[in-house]
Design a protein around this ligand. Structure first.
Ligand SMILES: CC(C)(COP(=O)(O)OP(=O)(O)OC[C@H]1O[C@@H](n2cnc3c(N)ncnc32)[C@H](O)[C@@H]1OP(=O)(O)O)[C@@H](O)C(=O)NCCC(=O)NCCS
Length: 373
């Protein structure tokens, strides 16, 4: 017997088991393979977390060195990819660019016809390593700057900041970006991860799954929210104008970007870490990004009882790290690629085609011959 009562947006529908991430929306808890997100953000590194997501346990020293070497030595891309990036229209949406290039990367992947677990893991590591490279190449070329090749001696976060700016970053900026990457790495069956799992459940391939995921992350209800938050911060002139700005938006039934969540009924634990980081960065680098953000948080809580999600304080943090807003959502993708790939591997290790049903509410059966066309 088919239950034909639709669950709009698949809210609270459990579609699979997973060993990767657990979220308790009532308590505001997030764990990866048993480790709480605040513990990981405080004590781990993004590279170490990617190992945890791919293998299920933290690495010992030699496993960790090998994992880092693999990532660092796979950063460079084929000249044909660089040529494509040089030809890419400079006014494109950066997520459109990333989706296209990731799809193109599949053609050059040395394991492209091999779909074993190990080959899929190799592809995952290459994608993790190469996404920041192609993104920074595009960013520099579209700004009429020459590309900066990856530096194998730099960690993931420092290398990204270096390839974007051409300067070796200060310690605080690298540490903050590293924490941001940790916070964005995985989040259960969110929309982009689910679309990756749906794609590979047809026994398509890793690159196709990631391409689907990038397209899904682009939307403003998902990863695209962080760029919209910066737009809001820029539109707001001063703290005094915030109550009117927010109430007018709410009256127009517009969403306040960076607020609300499908799963969390309380504050998103990632937002708590990012709020503290935003405050520290303002103390260090000046400006009023944190003050504005905090005042918005208080106002939205007062007027709509909504709490910030991961995207809200990420916007002020990225901005204080001198990153252009066109990089915000792609940077989210450069972190989430680890979660996407871990979840793709998990899906394929125990695969069944994901194929739900819909309740038909259209016209009753009718005859073509009787229609007046
Ligand atoms: C994340 C989000 C898509 C979750 O959506 P959802 O679970 O489908 O919840 P809904 O959009 O149905 O929202 C439920 C109610 O809260 C309101 N709401 C939720 N988020 C809101 C927001 N950011 N601003 C204003 N109202 C919001 C809705 O208008 C709705 O109110 P109503 O019942 O009076 O119509 C939603 O909160 C949102 O659009 N947030 C802004 C985009 C964003 O920050 N995305 C990043 C998520 S990590």
């Amino acid at each position: 017997m088919v239950n034909d009562q639709p669950t709009k947006g698949l809210a609270d529908v459990v579609v699979s088991q997973t060993k990767i991430t657990s979220i308790n929306g009532e308590l505001g808890n997030l764990f990866h393979c048993g480790y709480e997100i605040s513990d990981l953000a405080e004590n781990s590194t993004f590279e170490e977390l990617t190992y945890l997501l791919f293998y299920g346990n933290l690495p010992n020293q030699s496993e960790f060195s090998e994992h880092k070497n693999l990532i660092y030595s796979n950063r460079e891309v084929d000249d044909k990819i660089i040529n494509l990036i040089r030809e890419f229209p400079s006014n494109s949406n950066t997520m459109d660019f990333l989706r296209t290039v990731v799809s193109y990367l599949s053609i050059f992947d040395s394991d492209k016809d091999n779909h074993s677990h190990q080959a899929n893991l190799n592809k995952s590591i290459r994608l993790l390593a190469q996404m920041p490279t192609v993104l920074s190449y595009y960013h520099r070329l579209r700004n009429n700057l020459e590309i900066i090749h990856p530096d194998d001696n730099l960690d993931f976060a420092s290398n990204f900041l270096y390839m974007i700016s051409g300067n070796h970053p200060d310690k605080l900026s690298s540490q903050c970006l590293d924490k941001c990457l940790i916070l964005h790495a995985d989040h259960g069956f969110n929309a982009s991860t689910f679309s990756a799992r749906v794609t590979v459940s047809t026994l398509s391939d890793v690159h196709s799954g990631v391409t689907s995921a990038i397209g899904t992350l682009k939307g403003p209800l998902h990863g695209g929210a962080n760029e919209s938050v910066l737009k809001m911060l820029k539109e707001i002139q001063d703290i005094e104008s915030i109550p009117n700005y927010i109430s007018e938006k709410l009256q127009r039934k517009e969403k306040i970007m960076g607020f609300g969540h499908r799963v969390y009924l309380t504050i998103d634990p990632r937002a708590t870490v990012l709020r503290e980081m935003s405050k520290n960065l303002q103390n260090e680098f000046g400006g009023n990004m944190y003050d504005l953000s905090y005042a918005i948080e208080q106002t939205v809580l007062e007027q709509k009882d909504l709490k910030p999600n991961v995207d809200f304080y990420a916007a002020s943090v990225y901005s204080m790290l001198n990153l252009d807003s066109t990089l915000f959502t792609p940077l989210f993708a450069c972190s989430r690629i680890s979660g996407w790939c871990a979840q793709i591997l998990e899906q394929l290790d125990d695969n069944r085609l994901i194929r739900p049903r819909a309740k038909y509410v259209g016209h009753s059966p009718r005859s073509y011959a009787d229609s007046n066309t």
